[in-house]
Design a protein around this ligand. Structure first.
Ligand code: NAD
Length: 507
C-alpha cells in the first residue's frame, strides 16, 4: 500500500458498483492511482471489504433471477446502445486511459476499439446463443439443445488493457444471460469504471454488472465464493495459476489467459522494410506491455545482417508522455515495473548478451519523473538467460540467431509459452510449414500481433493459458453457458401404445 500523501487527501475516490449504484467503499485500505508519466496522483482506489464483495455477489445473484429470463433481443439492444455510447465517448475514454496507464493516445483508442469490437459482437447474441435440433432421433422423438446462462460470473483483469480486457468479459457474460462481478486492476481502474457507467446508461439493470476493487484478498474471496459459478482471469502466469487452482478446487469453471514470450521468425526472403517496421512496432509499442508483444525475433541466416538496420529503426521511435503528439513509446505503468525492467536489462548484460541498443534512463524533456525505458535490443540471446526465460514486459527485444527455419521452429516450440508468434517471409510454402508445425495458439503470417477479432476467439495455448475456452468469440458463449439437451416425444391419443420399454433404446 502506498504511504499517505497530502495529494491523497484531495484525490477523488474510485467507487464500487453495487446493485446499479456507484458507492463509496467503507474500507480502510486505499491505494493511489498514479499517472506513470508524471507521478501525479489521479485518484484513490479502495480495497473492498469482504462484506462489500458479499453484497456485490448477493445483488448479482438476486438480479440473475430476472435477467436470465430477459428476452434475448432486449439483452442485445443494450449492447447496441453501449457500442454507440463507447463511440461517442471514445476521446474521453482514451484520455482517461492514457492518464492512468501511460500508453499513447492513439494506442489508448486502439485499446478501447478492440474492446468495442466485442461489444458489437455481444449485440449479435441472438445468433450466437442458438441451440441445435435433431428431428426424429427415434420414432416421434426430437432432441434439441439449449445454452443456458450459469448464474453469477466474475472477471479479474490486468493493468495493460484496462478497456479492452474488461470488455472481453462483461459484455459476453451479460449478453448470454449471466450477471457479473468485475475486479479491475487496482493500478488503472478509472477507465474501466467509466465503461461501467456507460453500461448502466445503456440499460444494464441494477445488480447485473457489479464492480469491486482490490488485490489478492478480493481475488481470493471471488475464487472461494460459493455463489460465483465461473471466473475469467487475465494477468500474469503466477497469479493466473493460483486463481485457476483455487477456483477450480471451489468447483468453478475457470479460464485464465496468462503470461507470454512471443517469438517472430524472420526469413531472409522477407520484405525487409515492412518486417523491420513490424518488429519495432510490435516489440516497443505500448512500451512492450502487451501480452502479445513480440519480445524475441529469431533471425534466420542472412536476416542476421539486418541488426544494424533494426537498431536504426528503433532509434527513430519517440519516447515521451502518451499525450505528446508523435509519441511512439510511453512510460511503464509503475516505478516498480521500471526497476524490474531495468534490473532485467542489467542481468542480460551480466549474463553475456550483447546490448545493441540501450534504452535505460532516457532524457525526456518535461517528464523527468516518468517511468521511461526506451527501445532496447539485445543480440546473442540464448535459453537460460533471464532476459529470455522471463517475461520482461517492457520495450526490450531479444534477438536469437538460427541457421534455418527448422532450427527456429524447434527453438520456439521448446519455449513453454504459447500465446502468439509470427513469421515474416514471402514464401507461401514456408508460411504454411510454419502454421502447421509451430506449437503456439495464435499465428501471424507477416502480421506481428495476431490477436483475432471476435468472430474468432483468443486462442493462446500451452503455458499462456489454463482452461479450454477462450475469452471472446464463439468459445466464450460455451464458457458462459451450460448446454442442456432436451429429448421430447408427444403422444397422439389415437396411436397404439408400444407397451413398457425396459431397454435403454429409444424406440
Ligand atoms: P497480475 O497478475 O499482477 O494482475 C492481474 C490481476 O490479478 C489484477 O486484477 C490484480 O489485482 C490481481 N492480483 C495481483 N496479485 C495477486 C495475487 N497475489 N493474488 C491474487 N490476485 C492478484 O498481472 P498484471 O501485471 O496486471 O498484467 C500483466 C500480465 O498479464 C503479463 O504477464 C501479461 O502477459 C498478462 N496478460 C495476458 C494476457 C493474455 O491474454 N494472455 C492479456 C493481457 C495481459
Amino acid at each position: 500500500m502506498n504511504a499517505p500523501t497530502s495529494a491523497k487527501v484531495l484525490a477523488p475516490t474510485v467507487k464500487l458498483l453495487i446493485n446499479g449504484q456507484m458507492v463509496e467503499s467503507q474500507t480502510t485500505q486505499w491505494r493511489d492511482v498514479v499517472n506513470p508519466a508524471t507521478q501525479e496522483v489521479l485518484a484513490r482506489v479502495p480495497f473492498a471489504t469482504p462484506q462489500e464483495v458479499d453484497a456485490a455477489v448477493a445483488n448479482a445473484k438476486q438480479a440473475f433471477k430476472t435477467w436470465k429470463k430477459t428476452p434475448i433481443g432486449a439483452r442485445a439492444r443494450i449492447f447496441l446502445k453501449l457500442q454507440q455510447l463507447i463511440r461517442e465517448n471514445m476521446k474521453e475514454l482514451a484520455a482517461l486511459l492514457t492518464a492512468e496507464q501511460g500508453k499513447t493516445l492513439p494506442d489508448a483508442e486502439g485499446d478501447v476499439f478492440r474492446g468495442l469490437e466485442v461489444v458489437e459482437h455481444a449485440a449479435n447474441i441472438g445468433t450466437l446463443q442458438l441451440g441445435e435440433l435433431a428431428n426424429n432421433v427415434a420414432n416421434g422423438v426430437d432432441t434439441y439443445s439449449i445454452l443456458q446462462p450459469l448464474g453469477v460470473c466474475a472477471g479479474i483483469t490486468p493493468f495493460n488493457f484496462p478497456a479492452m480486457i474488461p470488455l472481453w468479459m462483461f459484455p459476453m457474460a451479460i449478453a448470454t444471460g449471466n450477471t457479473f462481478i468485475l475486479k479491475p486492476s487496482e493500478q488503472d481502474p478509472m477507465v474501466t469504471m467509466r465503461l461501467a457507467e456507460l453500461a448502466l446508461e445503456a440499460g444494464v439493470p441494477p445488480g447485473v454488472l457489479n464492480v469491486v476493487h482490490g488485490g489478492e484478498d478480493v481475488v481470493n474471496a471471488i475464487c472461494d465464493h460459493p455463489d460465483i459459478k465461473a471466473i475469467s482471469f487475465v494477468g500474469s502466469t503466477k497469479v493466473g495459476t493460483h486463481v485457476y487452482n483455487r477456483a477450480s478446487l471451489a468447483g468453478k469453471r475457470v479460464q485464465c489467459m496468462m503470461g507470454a514470450k512471443n517469438h517472430a521468425i524472420v526469413l531472409p526472403d522477407a520484405n525487409k522494410e515492412q518486417t523491420l517496421n513490424a518488429l519495432a512496432g510490435a516489440a516497443f509499442g505500448a512500451a512492450g506491455q502487451r501480452c502479445m508483444a513480440l519480445s524475441v525475433a529469431v533471425l534466420v541466416g542472412e536476416a542476421q545482417k539486418w541488426i544494424p538496420d533494426l537498431v536504426e529503426k528503433a532509434k527513430t521511435l519517440k519516447v515521451s508522455g502518451g499525450t505528446e503528439p508523435g509519441t511512439d513509446v510511453g512510460p511503464l505503468v509503475s516505478c516498480q515495473a521500471l526497476s524490474r525492467v531495468e534490473g532485467l536489462i542489467d542481468r542480460g548484460l551480466a549474463e553475456g548478451a550483447t546490448l545493441e541498443l540501450d534504452g535505460r534512463k532516457p532524457c525526456i524533456p518535461g517528464y523527468s519523473q516518468g517511468n521511461f525505458v526506451g527501445p532496447t535490443i539485445f543480440s546473442g540471446v540464448q535459453r537460460g538467460m533471464s532476459i529470455y526465460d522471463q517475461e520482461i514486459f517492457g520495450p526490450v527485444l531479444c534477438l536469437v540467431a538460427a541457421e534455418d527455419m527448422d532450427q527456429a521452429i524447434e527453438f520456439i516450440n521448446a519455449n513453454p509459452n504459447g500465446n502468439g508468434t509470427a513469421i515474416f517471409t514471402q514464401s507461401g510454402a514456408a508460411a504454411r510449414k510454419f502454421q502447421e508445425d509451430i506449437d503456439v495458439g495464435q499465428v501471424g503470417i507477416n502480421v506481428p500481433i495476431p490477436v483475432p477479432v471476435p468472430l474468432f476467439s483468443f486462442t493462446g495455448s500451452r503455458a499462456s493459458k489454463l482452461g479450454d475456452l477462450g475469452p471472446y468469440g464463439k468459445q466464450v458463449v460455451m464458457f458462459y453457458t451450460q448446454t442442456k439437451t432436451v429429448t421430447e416425444r408427444w403422444f397422439d391419443d389415437d396411436v397404439t401404445s408400444h407397451g413398457v420399454n425396459t431397454t435403454i433404446s429409444l424406440k
